[in-house]
Design a binder for this molecule. Structure first.
Ligand code: AHM
Ligand code: MG
Length: 339
């Protein structure tokens, strides 16, 4: 029988504060704001299936307005949580064309952090009751404290991230994050509204048997990716591998991290940089993957070494178990040589 009660996310953040290089408590407050927003979004995501029923009962909002789209709602919740608590000096979101500059209140400390966020990734999956997620990435600003944030504060390579994480809203809701000292996962107890440490020090298996890619795009993929898919399907040694693709990055990544596997969103003929966004989708996942002992690449180069030039830029993305990511890179390199 267990005698100790599990650690909550709030306790864990405070415990870990001392390990962190800059111990002003600011990063802890920032992570707490994200934790709070995640709970609010979780509440709403889990009601999504009831929207029509509640609407039919006449319970829509007083102005009779149409139900707000959940990705817009999630965006507003995260921005409000970060803004109102004055824990960041700037926010960039998938939902907003430009970054937001947060002005500190008169008596509050000037924050040195910027957050980049995809508030509700995979939101097209909500209507069919499939997992969605929030992804976030945190940097220290590089422009001087106390001045308005600049684009350059957001356009930093992933290797400069101080923290990153995701929330997966699903059969159970989890928050998984890293501050560069490993990866820890917390599961929400919906009755109490508390995240408990459920997955301490997560490690991605060195090698896995799952590959995750939208194979519907097969004929448009680069030759190296086509060759890798054929390799996965070959009957040899421990292959064929299993194909699993939810179409929700957070959920596909989460499963592969726990079980071992590789997630691929490559370039294709009419999208030379693929689909996923470098700054708030790929970099945070790459940081988590590396911290869990895995790897993330664009097929040739480490994701976290790419130098961004635009807020919403895209990159091909291969991420997961080291052995599998390196195999993809090998196929990409061979195809390039044989071109
Ligand atoms: P979104 O930010 O518009 O939700 O798109 C990102 C999502 C990822 O979660 C997912 O892995 C990918 O798009 C799926 O794309 P596709 O349907 O092309 O396979
Ligand atoms: Mg997205």
């Amino acid at each position: 029988m267990k005698t100790t009660s599990p650690l909550t996310l709030g306790e864990f953040i405070i415990d870990k504060q001392a390990d962190f290089q800059y111990t002003s408590g600011e990063l802890s407050r920032l992570l707490s704001a994200i934790r709070l927003a995640a709970k609010v979004v979780n509440q709403e995501v889990n009601k999504a299936g009831l929207v029509d029923i509640i609407g039919a009962m006449g319970n829509q909002n007083v102005q009779g307005e149409e139900q707000q789209k959940l990705d817009v709602f999630a965006n507003e919740v995260f921005i409000a949580a970060l803004n109102n608590r004055e824990v960041v000096c700037g926010i960039a979101s998938e939902e907003n064309e430009d970054f937001i500059s947060v002005r500190p209140g008169e008596n509050s400390q000037k924050s040195k952090y910027v957050v980049l966020i995809d508030p509700l990734d995979g939101s097209s999956n909500i209507d069919v009751n499939v997992n969605v997620g929030t992804i976030f990435s945190i940097y220290r600003r590089i422009s001087p404290d106390g001045t308005p944030v600049q684009l350059e504060d957001f356009l930093q390579p992933g290797n400069k991230q101080v923290a990153a994480g995701y929330v997966v809203y699903g059969s159970s809701t989890m928050l998984v994050y890293t501050t560069g000292c490993g990866v820890n996962g917390f599961t929400l107890d919906p009755a109490l509204g508390v995240f408990y440490l459920s997955h301490p020090d997560i490690k991605i298996p060195f090698k896995g048997k799952i590959y995750s890619i939208n194979e519907g795009n097969y004929i448009k993929f680069p030759q190296g990716i086509k060759d890798y898919i054929k390799y996965c399907q070959e009957e040899k040694e421990d292959r064929p591998y299993t194909s699993r693709y939810i179409g929700s990055l957070v959920a596909d990544f989460h499963r592969n991290m726990l079980k071992g596997g590789v997630y691929l969103y490559p370039s294709y003929s009419h999208a030379p940089k693929g689909k996923l966004r470098l700054l708030y989708e790929c970099n945070p996942m790459a940081f988590l993957a590396e911290q869990a002992g895995g790897k993330a690449s664009d097929g040739f180069t480490r994701i976290m070494d790419l130098n961004p030039t635009e807020l919403h830029e895209r990159t091909p993305f291969v991420c997961g178990s080291i052995e599998m990511v390196e195999k993809v890179e090998e196929f990409m390199e061979n195809a390039r040589r044989n071109q």
